[in-house]
Design a protein around this ligand. Sequence first.
Ligand code: THU
Length: 164
Amino acid sequence: MPITQHEHSIQYSRCETVQDLTAAQQSLIESAFQASDLAYAPYSKFNVGAAAKLKSGAVVTASNKENASFPAGICAERNLLNYISDHFPTDEIRSLAVTVNPLEFEVGEPISPCGVCRQVMCEVEKNQSTPFEILLKGTTGEVLIFDSASSLLPFHFYLKELKR
Ligand code: THU
């Protein structure tokens, strides 16, 4: 059997300025930005904020929390998803915005969630009825828009057999 070659492309949208987004998208990015003020990031000084709009209309926010024992820290995205799981267990995420406001420098490009957060986003998405939108922004510059978590992490790990 010959080896066959395949390609997998990622679809996303780019928006030059937040003003070109919908009012709801702008508002969610603003919520994420405000959440970044609550980050505890004394080591990296990379203050990240995340905000989710839920099916019920609720907006929930979280930030990254670091620790002197570095691996004990958690990214804003997973901090948010864990909070939603505990406090809004029957709700669903419709849109997730992530932005960054570092203390000592500017980030002129959209933040790019780490692989672990992408993996967790994918599983949260699988457990609800529809995919959710993801908005990524730096301190300044363009916004990237993804239609789903799975488009951010093709070939993510999932084995339904593990649930048995
Ligand atoms: N971080 C996030 O909170 N989200 C991301 O998408 C990327 C990285 C955090 C983890 C750590 O506190 C700091 O940013 C630097 O890596």
